[in-house]
Design a binder for this molecule. Structure first.
Ligand SMILES: NC(=O)c1ccc[n+]([C@@H]2O[C@H](COP(=O)([O-])OP(=O)(O)OC[C@H]3O[C@@H](n4cnc5c(N)ncnc54)[C@H](OP(=O)(O)O)[C@@H]3O)[C@@H](O)[C@H]2O)c1
Length: 258
């Protein structure tokens, strides 16, 4: 049985993946943005291995989350699930002067990857929307363009997919993959979402813990347990290295070589 840490596991797909894995007998540690949400998470999954607390839009708090995770660890797998969407939102600037969509969806997974003792498996939540992305990093914080929430979200999912593949390249003994869970009716997906909610957490749980040979791969992008083609630029080593450099400049933290 595996020990698994899941970010953003108070609600939605993170909580569903936690419940699924716990029901399979795995040991799951949760994450919540604050103490009140940590209480909610404990109530939703009483059989947990601890709850790390901190807001992923803050670099300082994300570093603190990594410290808490290392205190609870080591873990066999980490699912980088937490994310913010775009419906009805204008650009929100974080305490670090970043777009919160970039901070939560890209920079936090980057920092946690760099600072948490490397597990055997890493899973990053992407989206089919990553295909419609500007891939240039020219204005990743949306300070020079009129805000377009859907485009900002798509770009963030492009970058986190490239991050998953960069880690797969950098850490050959770690299995690092990205997942499109489908468009499903969570708080983020909204009530109009048309895909199968029950199927949506299955692939990330499977990649985190299954001994199935199809799940023991790296550098792949999955939808419903099937490999899919990601945006080709996510697989470009140059593109990946530019992203790692950009995140290292923002945080002064590097993802070490294996
Ligand atoms: N739902 C979809 O249709 C869909 C489609 C494609 C990809 N995805 C991806 O799947 C992942 C999970 O999405 P979901 O639909 O389950 O979303 P959700 O229901 O909105 O849940 C998001 C989770 O992330 C947490 N979170 C958000 N911002 C945070 C922050 N600043 N600090 C700490 N925690 C934070 C939330 O905490 P609170 O509960 O406290 O808000 C919640 O636990 C995301 O990465 C999303 O981009 C979803």
């Amino acid at each position: 049985m595996a020990r698994i840490f899941i970010t953003g596991s108070t609600d939605g797909l993170g909580l569903m993946a936690a419940q699924l894995l716990s029901g399979q007998g795995h040991t799951v540690a949760l994450h919540a943005r604050n103490d009140a949400r940590a209480r909610d998470a404990r109530a939703a999954l009483p059989d947990n291995a601890g709850v790390a607390v901190g807001d992923l839009s803050s670099i300082t708090q994300t570093r603190e989350i990594a410290r808490q995770v290392n205190d609870m660890g080591p873990f066999d797998a980490v699912i980088h699930n937490a994310g913010v969407g775009y419906y009805g939102r204008s650009r929100v600037e974080t305490e670090d002067g970043l777009s919160d969509v970039f901070a939560v969806n890209v920079l936090a997974p980057y920092l946690l990857t760099a600072l948490i003792t490397p597990p055997e498996r890493l899973v990053y939540l992407s989206s089919g929307m990553h295909h419609s992305s500007d891939t240039t990093l020219r204005d990743a914080q949306w300070t020079r363009r009129p805000w377009q929430g859907s485009q900002a979200y798509s770009e963030s999912k492009f970058y986190v997919t490239a991050l998953a593949f960069a880690v797969a390249r950098r850490w050959p003994t770690t299995l690092s993959n990205a997942v499109d869970p489908g468009w499903v009716p969570t708080k983020m997906g909204g009530s109009s979402a048309t895909d199968d909610l029950q199927a949506a957490p299955v692939t990330q749980a499977w990649l985190a813990a299954s001994d199935d040979s199809a799940a023991r791969v790296t550098g792949s992008y999955f939808h419903h347990q099937q490999p899919r083609n990601p945006h080709p630029a996510t697989q470009s080593p140059d593109q990946q290295d530019r992203l790692l450099e950009y995140c290292a400049d923002l945080t002064q933290v590097h993802i070490p070589a294996a």
